[in-house]
Design a protein around this ligand. Structure first.
Ligand code: THU
Length: 161
């Protein structure tokens, strides 16, 4: 029997102004995109921005539906759009911004399990890490240097032999 410890580093920016410039800019695009979310059921609006290695930024926001499973989270709207528009171009970073008209979101929204799995697919496909920054309306900003930090031991194409 052997026990293995799997750990990751979560960087917390108490002051978002301290974020590296590129990530600060990307987070601003996620915030802007959040305003256009379609979230009449939860009133929880999320924006995402995906930075590609060619410098393009692709945005997304959550799109809800009266039949709730038919809606989609901001992260998947953005990353699927990136895959559709720029196939074969690697993703460097994803920024996620959450806000609500019901109560101030004072901590980062971390992606749901489905979004982690979806983003993990892109990381596997490109064989290089995708950084992710996550923020609420106030409070700290979280940074992880890879999606695999959020989803260790992922199921991937390598399992489909
Ligand atoms: N949501 C996202 O878009 N991303 C997240 O990281 C968390 C949750 C959306 C899904 C749904 O439209 C609303 O937020 C409430 O769950």
């Amino acid at each position: 029997m052997e026990k293995q410890q799997i750990s990751f580093t979560l960087t917390l920016y108490e002051d978002p102004a301290d974020l590296p410039k590129v990530l600060k800019g990307l987070l601003k695009k996620a915030e802007d995109s959040r305003k256009n979310a379609y979230a009449p059921y939860s009133n929880f609006k999320v924006g995402a921005a995906v930075l590609l290695e060619n410098g393009e930024v692709v945005i997304g926001n959550n799109q809800e539906n009266a039949s709730s499973p038919s809606g989609l989270c901001a992260e998947r709207v953005a990353i699927f759009q990136a895959g559709a528009r720029f196939p074969g171009v690697s993703i460097k970073a994803v920024a996620v911004s959450a806000g609500s008209s019901k109560a101030k979101v004072d901590k980062p929204a971390t992606p749901c399990g489905n979004c982690r799995q979806a983003m993990s697919e892109y990381e596997y496909k490109q064989q290089s890490p995708i950084e992710i920054v996550m923020a609420g309306e106030t409070g700290p900003v979280y940074h992880c240097s890879s999606i695999s930090d959020l989803l260790p031991l992922p199921f991937s194409n390598s399992d489909l032999k």
